[in-house]
Design a protein around this ligand. Structure first.
Ligand code: FES
Length: 207
């Protein structure tokens, strides 16, 4: 019997059906396990192993390789500041320090309330819009230290149910990589990616 909710089980079945080999679904199912529990628990990884037909040790070896799979409780909003070369040259370290200072949360930590987690990350693929920050993997480009402080205070006061790239870019961003980028209507509801195949927000299972 599954430890997951009915909804998560429906999503898991739908995701697995997309692959010729069910073990290929291990990575999206790890995100489902995170969405279910807020982070990857031992039980969640064992559940993934059952669903995709591999051993828990094999699931753990995948989960431990990628930093986006969180093994500890993460705040409702995960603020990721890029400090790789393009962002670093344009003030990425200052932005990280501004976020840490304004939130009182050092890199790798979560506040007592469980609202904000802060981390510095390697390149998040937005070098053209450096310096870049993500909240729950929703991107904001062209951020300044001042805007980063505003972002922290906005998360604390507005506590949006869904964080959305377009909205945060408008409020806290600057120059984007591509002005012609497709408008992002969905958003993230937790500290895991809002991949549409997971039906996280705005997409029904099976679409
Ligand atoms: S170096 Fe920051 S997004 Fe690439």
């Amino acid at each position: 019997m599954s430890i997951w909710s009915e909804e998560t089980q429906v999503r898991a079945k739908e995701i697995i059906s997309r692959y010729p080999e069910k073990r290929s679904a291990v990575m999206p199912l790890l995100y489902l396990a995170m969405a279910e529990d807020g982070y990857l628990t031992d039980e969640g990884m064992e559940e993934v192993a059952l669903w995709v037909g591999i051993t828990p040790a094999q699931v753990r070896s995948v989960a431990s390789f990628y930093t986006m799979y969180k093994r500890e409780k993460t705040g409702r909003y995960l603020v990721s500041c890029c400090t790789s070369i393009s962002c670093m040259l344009l003030g990425g370290d200052d932005i990280l320090h501004a976020v840490e200072d304004e939130s009182g949360v050092p890199h790798g930590e979560t506040d007592d309330e469980g609202l904000l987690s802060v981390e510095h990350v390697e390149c998040i693929g937005a070098c053209g819009g450096a310096p870049a920050v993500q909240v729950n993997y929703e991107l904001i480009e062209g951020v300044t230290s001042e805007k980063a402080r505003d972002l922290v205070n906005w998360l604390r006061s507005a506590r949006p149910e869904v964080v959305n790239t377009d909205e945060m870019q408008e409020l806290f961003g600057g120059v984007r990589s591509f002005d012609w980028a497709v408008s992002e209507v969905d958003g993230a509801i937790g500290p895991y990616p809002a991949f549409q195949p997971l039906g996280t927000v705005g997409t029904e299972v099976g679409e």
